[in-house]
Design a protein around this ligand. Structure first.
Ligand SMILES: Cc1cc2nc3c(=O)[nH]c(=O)nc-3n(C[C@H](O)[C@H](O)[C@H](O)COP(=O)(O)O)c2cc1C
Length: 185
């Protein structure tokens, strides 16, 4: 019995759920809020977040934010997110996330560095609102294409580079910066 208890304690929190085709929603008045440390490990999660993702606050704290990562999300979008944060800038992005059960929910995320009094970045903060369905309709095929481009390469690094180039080309063709692109789709 003690063996089982030890096992359950060391098991990772993330359930190995397969993605379902079920979309779940949160209210237009609600904001999903989380904060992370510099490595993207969750340090704060509000109730809207715990309610929608299905993990308790205790389960989320200390976990990497990729705990809600959906496999449909292209890796290059997260590279853009981290590159932007590394420059000390905020970013707006549409993100498809996965709940503990494998269901999905789309968010319109604003992610920003948190600064201390000495203007040093001490972590990151994200507020997510209900997304615009028209933007999701426009972006979902683009994300699918980016994932496809990434998977064409056997080497992960090459795939990420190819996806990033594809994303930059797409943004360039639209003639607006990525953070404004999501507002103009
Ligand atoms: C403040 C903050 C919020 C984030 N929110 C999400 C999120 O909601 N969903 C997500 O998949 N990744 C989010 N990320 C990005 C993750 O840290 C991670 O880069 C991403 O899930 C890809 O993970 P992987 O590189 O392990 O595949 C967030 C990062 C930060 C700093």
């Amino acid at each position: 019995m003690s063996g089982l208890m030890i096992c359950s304690r060391i098991l990772p929190v993330k359930q190995i759920a397969s993605p379902t085709q079920v979309e779940v929603f949160f209210d237009a008045d609600d904001i999903i809020v989380s904060k992370t440390d510099l490595k993207g490990r969750i340090t704060y999660a509000n109730k809207v977040f715990t309610d929608i993702c299905g993990y308790s606050e205790a389960e989320l704290i200390g976990q990497p934010h990729s705990i809600v990562r959906h496999p449909d999300m292209p890796r290059c979008v997260f590279k853009l997110l981290w590159d932007t944060l590394a420059e000390g800038r905020e970013i707006f992005a549409y993100v498809k996330n996965m709940t503990r059960r494998g269901d999905f929910y789309w968010v319109f995320a604003h992610v920003t560095p948190s600064f201390d009094a000495a203007k040093q970045v001490v972590g990151y903060h994200s507020n997510r609102r209900v997304p615009d369905r028209r933007v999701i309709s426009a972006l979902a095929p683009v994300y699918a294409e980016l994932s496809e481009v990434e998977k064409r390469h056997r080497n992960g690094k090459d795939g990420l580079a190819a996806g990033t180039q594809h994303l930059l080309d797409f943004v360039k063709a639209k003639n607006v910066p990525y953070d404004q692109l999501v507002f103009s789709l």
